[in-house]
Design a binder for this molecule. Structure first.
Ligand code: TYD
Length: 346
């Protein structure tokens, strides 16, 4: 049946993949993207769908009630991606995380309640659970966020739950693990290291490089959101796990190997404060709906790294034009005093 879907943050990394996916798989759907086009949201991420008569773009901020009200007019389904997402930025400057991730989510929920929508998928994160020293968190685990970013997402996650319990807003929550793939902003580990390695610049690995993340390929991520949007039970949260737990040092090594660069580029620097050691999710609830990840990690990582190598026109404008990006990298790594020791990764 025909639906109009509002995707907030649709010009960002995962949001743009989900927008493409929805238009490709649901010929009856209309898709409206609301995006503030901050540093990480870029109109060129939506190039594949521009011109599609079922696609509409609204430039605006989720914190702006008037804009959100206009964007929600005639909408049945909402998928709320819009957020500040980078832990390191949240450590330097938490302000925008509180206003966008917490208050922006409040505006989305409140307006969706006033207008009345059929389903509201809130995109949360595995980081709301905090570090998993052992085992894996299921959806009932307590939220123990570590960074200002994770705390802002936990606030949003709890608000979404409250809107279901208090007002009966048909909310569904997804908590995905670390996602990677083409078009991810080059501040996150994989694209950041790839772009630096392409320039033969050192790759600053935090602490001992033994932190573990569970890597989820973006195609598997968007399929999971499709499943939750259409088959999930309202009021429930669903973990999305990649099933690819790797230590950061191994990921860094795979990146340099793919590009034929020396491992000596990998340099250990002072750790991120409050750094979560490990993220791990129990995804049985989502698998019970018939989803499972399909990507093979090493192949998907190789494809992703090669995508960056083959698409400098995508990331060069970020490096050259965005003074904000250069300032952030310089400020952050001045504080991390790169390198911690002059030794390279053996
Ligand atoms: P990141 O991509 O920032 O995601 P998150 O912190 O949300 O998991 O980082 C992934 C891992 O890589 C994390 O353990 C921090 C580490 N990391 C580095 O060691 N060096 C870096 O320059 C970056 C950006 C991340």
């Amino acid at each position: 049946m025909s639906k109009t879907v509002l995707i907030t943050g649709g010009a960002g990394f995962i949001g743009s993949h989900f927008t493409e996916y929805l238009l490709r798989h649901y010929p009856d759907y209309r898709v409206r993207v609301l995006d503030a086009l901050t540093y990480a949201g870029r109109r060129e991420n939506l190039a594949a769908v521009e011109g599609d008569p079922r696609f509409e773009f609204i430039h605006g901020d989720v914190r702006d009630k008037t804009t959100v009200r206009t964007a929600l007019e005639g909408v049945q389904y909402v998928v709320h991606f819009a957020a500040e997402t980078h832990v390191d930025r949240s450590i330097l400057d938490p302000d925008a995380f509180i206003t966008t991730d917490v208050y922006g989510t409040f505006v989305m929920l409140e307006t969706a309640r006033a207008i009345g929508v059929e389903r509201f998928v809130h995109v949360s994160t595995d980081e709301v659970y905090g570090s998993a020293e052992q085992g894996a968190f299921d959806e009932g685990a307590p939220l123990r966020p570590s960074s200002p970013y994770a705390a802002s997402k936990a606030g949003a996650d709890l608000l979404a739950q409250a809107y279901y319990r208090t007002y009966g807003l048909p909310v569904l929550i997804v908590r995905p693990s670390n996602t990677f793939g083409p078009r991810q902003y080059p501040e996150k580990l994989i694209p950041f290291f790839t772009v630096r390695a392409l320039h033969d610049q050192p790759l600053p690995l935090y602490g001992d490089g033994q932190q573990r993340r569970d890597w989820l390929y973006v195609d598997d991520h968007v399929r999971a959101i499709d499943v939750v949007l259409h088959q999930g039970q309202v009021g429930e949260a669903y973990n999305i796990a990649g099933g690819n737990e790797r230590v950061n040092l191994e990921v860094a090594r795979l990146i340099v190997q793919t590009l034929g660069k020396p491992e000596s580029l990998i340099q250990f620097v002072h750790d991120r404060p409050g750094h979560d050691r490990r993220y791990a999710l129990d995804d049985r609830k989502l698998r019970a709906l018939g989803w499972q990840p399909q990507a093979h990690f090493e192949t998907a990582l190789r494809d992703t790294v090669l995508w960056y190598a083959q698409h400098p026109e995508w990331w060069q404008p970020i490096l050259q034009q965005q003074a904000d990006y250069r300032q952030f990298v310089e400020r952050w790594y001045a504080e991390r005093s790169l390198p911690k020791t002059p030794k390279s990764a053996e």
